[in-house]
Every structure is written in structure tokens, then in C-alpha cells.
Write a protein that binds this ligand. Structure first.
Ligand code: BGC
Length: 354
């Protein structure tokens, strides 16, 4: 009995010591930009949850997707005594040198949403199932156009995101795993001929650049409500879909003849467009879930235990597989947005009002 009592006392003291040691430690959170809704949400969620768990947080946004700014912010986090760095990289291949410094000082790195490439300084990766994002988008187009039961052919154009973001390999790759067989058989026709990922990329995921490319394609292919019929546009996310929407509206398309258009993130602008019958769908990635997951990872690392992971096969960053936790993405349309976004408290109806 006495022995048991001393054991319990010992355990309590050790656990108490660990919590005291962890409380107040500094965690660096590096986000790519403040100009997109999602990264503001991700940053705010991470800060609030880490602080609630007792950590001090150094949260930085790298200007408007500026790589040198992100590098210098990370240098400051390292010299400022952060014990763990949570990073959503602008360009997955530009952080090798700075992260070598982090590793040399025993600082652990968690890649947040986007994998950081070509460095063995990354310990864990937490994201959504990015390939599934792409397949959900591709399946939506396949099912809406009834590619398996109608003759076609249907005209489609393809847009993805920033070439330095490893996620586009999975978004575009996932979508093409569904759509490419139909392109190969001629049921889907990409009249612009731009089918390679590099041709479909949108630097910085920029709305303006996507708009400019869509305008060019509309003009050169003679698409329009009174011209050649455009049945669908594949877009990897909402910021790109918004540029495509601007170009299509500019060319005279209305909700009565709008092509199918995919997206991702359920950004407010896109949700309003979905409710107005313009954009067709988005992918809901609940940023609260991702933040909660990453806070658990940080906490496990700080307490010396192994973070929970659910994927040890998919994400090789060039130095080997990075143990990952993949959250589940779901598709969102005007038919299920209430349940997904309003009932879950993600948005209020007023935020989505036109
Ligand atoms: C994220 C998307 C986001 C895009 C642009 C990607 O890495 O996974 O959710 O739309 O970056 O910021």
C-alpha cells in the first residue's frame, strides 16, 4: 500500500513537472499570407488553441506570399527561442537552409497543410486528404455532366494553383485520375489544349491571374453564351474559381447558362456565388479540425510522447516519408451547406447573405 502511494506520488510529481515545464514555452506559427481568408482563420485558430493549452505563440504571416519574408520570420522564431515551428510554406522547396538551423538546435517542425520538401528537418505533417479533394472535385464534374450515361462531347478547361505548392500535385492529380480517361476518349475536350499541370498552374493562387488566363481562353476559343459552349471549368480552389467567375461574368454568362465550376475552401465569396447559382461546388475543409489536430501534435512533442498519425505512405518530401495526419475533406453545394457550415457554427447565415 505504501509502495503504491509512493508510486502515485512520484507519477503526480513527474506529470506536474512536465506540465510546468511545458507551460509558457514558445511555439512559432508561420502562415503564407493574410490576403486569403483561410490562412487568417488557420492562424487565428492555431493561436487561440495553443494559448488555451498554455503556450506562448509567435504567429506571423509572410506578407502577401513573400518567400524571403517567411524565411526571415522563421529565422526570428528560431533565435527567439521557439521550441516547435508550425509552418504552412509558400514555396515548399525554399526552406531547406533555414530549417537546417532549426534542426541543428533541436527545434521540431510540423508542416501545416502544405508539405515542406527536400529537408529532413520536418518531423510531422498535418493536412487534409489532398488527393481526395481532387477526386471529389473530379467526381462532381463526372456526375453532373453524366459522363457515363450521355454521349457528349463536353468542353472543359482546367485550372490549378501555385506551382511551388506541393498540394497541387494531389489536387490536380486527384481530379485528373477521374477526368483524364474521359479526356483521352474524347468525351471531355480541352479546346485550349492546356492539359499539363504546369500549363494550368496559377502563381500565388491569384484571383487576378486566374481571371486573366480565363479571359484569354474565352477570347481565343470563342467561348461565350452566344459562342462555343463551355460546359465545365475545373478549378482547384476558391481564390482561382473567383477569378474564373469574374471572367465568365464579364463574358456575359449568368446563372442560367454558367458552366459547372469547382472550388475548395468554402470561402465567403465562393459560398455567396454558390448560393447565387454561379459556382457549382466547393470543398469544405474545417480549419478548426486541422488546428485542433496540430495543437495535439505540438502538445505530444512538447511532452515527449508520440503524436497520433494516420498515414505513413503518401507524403514523401524527397528525404523519405513524413508521418502524417490526414483530416477528411467533404464536398459542399447549395444543398448541404446549411448542415455543413451553418449548423456547425462555421458561418452565420448573415455572413453568407448576398
Ligand atoms: C490549400 C488550399 C488553399 C490554397 C491557396 C492550398 O495549399 O490546401 O486550401 O486554397 O493553398 O491558399
Amino acid at each position: 500500500m505504501k509502495k503504491l502511494f509512493s508510486l502515485v506520488l512520484c507519477l503526480t510529481l513527474v506529470l506536474g513537472f512536465i506540465s510546468v515545464a511545458v507551460a509558457g514555452e514558445k511555439i512559432g506559427v508561420s502562415m503564407p499570407t493574410q490576403s486569403l481568408q483561410r490562412w487568417n482563420q488557420d492562424g487565428a485558430n492555431m493561436k487561440a488553441r495553443l494559448e488555451a493549452a498554455g503556450y506562448e505563440v509567435d504567429l506571423q504571416f509572410a506578407g502577401d506570399n513573400e518567400v524571403p519574408v517567411q524565411v526571415s520570420q522563421l529565422e526570428n522564431m528560431i533565435s527567439g527561442g521557439c521550441k516547435v515551428l508550425v509552418i504552412s510554406a509558400i514555396d515548399g522547396s525554399s526552406l531547406t537552409t533555414v530549417l537546417n538551423d532549426a534542426k541543428a538546435q533541436g527545434i521540431k517542425v510540423i508542416a501545416y497543410d502544405r508539405l515542406i520538401m527536400n529537408t529532413d528537418a520536418v518531423s510531422y505533417y498535418a493536412t487534409f486528404d489532398n488527393f481526395k479533394v481532387g477526386t471529389l472535385q473530379g467526381e462532381f464534374i463526372r456526375d453532373q455532366l453524366k459522363l457515363d450515361s450521355t454521349a457528349g462531347p463536353y468542353n472543359i478547361e482546367l485550372f490549378t494553383g501555385d506551382p511551388g505548392d506541393n498540394n497541387i500535385n494531389f489536387f490536380f492529380g486527384g481530379a485528373m485520375s477521374i477526368l483524364k480517361p474521359y479526356i483521352d476518349s474524347g468525351k471531355l475536350v480541352v479546346k485550349s489544349g492546356q492539359t499539363e499541370q504546369a500549363q494550368c498552374a496559377t502563381p500565388s493562387w491569384s484571383t487576378e491571374r486566374a481571371q486573366a488566363r480565363m479571359e484569354n481562353i474565352i477570347t481565343s476559343m470563342n467561348y461565350g453564351p452566344n459562342g462555343v459552349k463551355l460546359h465545365a471549368v475545373y478549378s482547384s480552389n476558391d481564390s482561382v474559381a473567383n477569378g474564373i467567375t469574374n471572367a465568365l461574368v464579364g463574358a456575359g454568362y449568368t446563372k442560367d447558362n454558367f458552366p459547372l465550376l469547382t472550388g475548395q475552401d468554402c470561402d465567403v465569396t465562393s459560398m455567396k456565388n454558390i448560393l447565387a447559382g454561379i459556382q457549382s461546388m466547393s470543398i469544405f475543409k474545417d480549419t478548426r479540425t486541422l488546428a485542433e489536430r496540430v495543437v495535439k501534435m505540438v502538445d505530444a512533442i512538447m511532452k515527449g510522447s508520440a503524436p497520433e498519425i494516420n498515414d505513413t505512405e503518401t507524403y514523401d518530401n524527397g528525404t523519405g516519408i513524413i508521418p502524417s495526419f490526414l483530416c477528411d475533406p467533404v464536398f459542399c453545394t447549395k444543398d448541404n451547406y446549411k448542415e455543413l457550415l451553418i449548423d456547425s457554427g462555421y458561418y452565420t447565415e448573415a455572413q453568407l447573405a448576398q
